[in-house]
Design a protein around this ligand. Structure first.
Ligand code: PAF
Length: 328
């Protein structure tokens, strides 16, 4: 009699204890989406760093399921998934973001950010940090600014050195009106298209080329479809580490801090990857047979794009654009 009473109490204790610890450690696997491969890209490097940081800091309470190579769709669909809560986290280029968070487009203005250092300083400054807060007004939570590098032009028809060489080329652009306005001014025929469609369009010749940073050209092996690379460095390309409010809003303050930290780790890993690929990428593309034009007349491209600046001033404010340009 005594034994069975004790036995019951012990059993109840074990069940209650295990329920408590199950709650405390309820494991949550989060779907993270990004456009390129996990193993050989700046997006993958960022996602792996994010994964490591959050898994370690939460002691396994949160883990990351990787959906690289646009496995959950193009960036527009991923952003919608984050808003709806069907996708938990993502690393995104700014290609499609300004269609959701319009102010972000100011960083997409060609020939505004001079070099990687300038881009990073602006994103780390109050301007960049305030911009992260804009995302929460649009049903998204932006944790940190990552990076892709400077975008260059590739195509299959001609070695582009001067704007006149690029005239009439059918170039895939992101779905980004700020970029599109600049390309039109150069005389390029911009063809906005989601990234997952680009390789097929290049193979089928429905477009002559595309523009992306060295990091993307190398990771996506665009040398297999494109003969000419021109180092136009026409625009700095940030990336952003985003999480769905349906995840973030349910976190404790302590867990939120862990996610913020994981975002910072991801951003740093992307910058480190870009630093390395900027040193080695162009040579590897040359070795793979691409014809690289290094002495692009950037002043001539920039002078044409400056004609679009009045339009950008209207869209974003001259004061903001000038303060970004002046950042040291
Ligand atoms: O060109 C694009 O769409 C983007 O730069 C990238 C990273 C390839 C896809 O997000």
């Amino acid at each position: 009699m005594k034994k069975s009473w004790l036995h019951k109490v012990l059993c109840a204790g074990i069940v209650a204890g295990s329920m408590l610890s199950a709650n405390a450690f309820a494991q949550q696997s989060l779907k993270m989406a990004y456009a390129l491969a996990k193993d050989n890209s700046h997006f993958g490097a960022g996602a792996v760093a994010f994964d490591k940081s959050i898994t370690e800091s939460s002691q396994g309470k949160f883990t990351i399921e990787h959906f690289g190579n646009s496995a959950l769709g193009g960036e527009r669909e991923v952003i919608e998934g984050l808003q709806l809560g069907t996708i938990d986290a993502a690393i995104l280029s700014t290609g499609a973001i300004l269609n959701f968070v319009p102010q972000v487009g100011v960083f997409d203005i060609p020939f505004l950010l001079r070099d990687l250092d300038h881009g990073r300083k602006v994103l780390d400054s109050q301007i960049g940090q305030d911009m992260l807060k804009e995302f929460s007004k649009r049903g998204l939570v932006a944790l940190a600014w990552g990076e892709q590098g400077f975008r260059h032009l590739t195509n299959n028809k001609v070695a582009v050195k001067e704007p006149a060489d690029a005239k009439g080329l059918k170039i895939r652009t992101t779905e980004n009106p700020v970029h599109i306005a600049a390309f039109k001014e150069i005389g390029i025929l911009p063809t906005p298209m989601a990234w997952p469609e680009v390789q097929t369009a290049l193979q089928q010749g429905t477009i002559d080329g595309q523009e992306n940073p060295t990091s993307v050209i190398v990771a996506a092996k665009l040398n297999q479809q494109q003969k000419f690379l021109s180092l136009t460095a026409h625009v700095y390309a940030p990336a952003v580490i985003v999480i769905s409010p349906s995840v973030y809003d349910s976190l404790s303050a302590e867990d939120k801090a862990k996610f913020n930290e994981a975002g910072k780790k991801a951003a740093q890993a992307m910058r480190d990857f870009v630093d390395n690929i900027e040193k080695t990428g162009i040579q590897s593309l040359k070795d793979a047979g691409m014809q690289v034009t290094e002495d692009v007349n950037r002043e001539a491209f920039s002078a044409l794009v400056k004609n679009v600046y009045p339009e950008y001033y209207k869209r974003f404010s001259k004061e903001l654009i000038d303060s970004i340009a002046a950042a040291k």
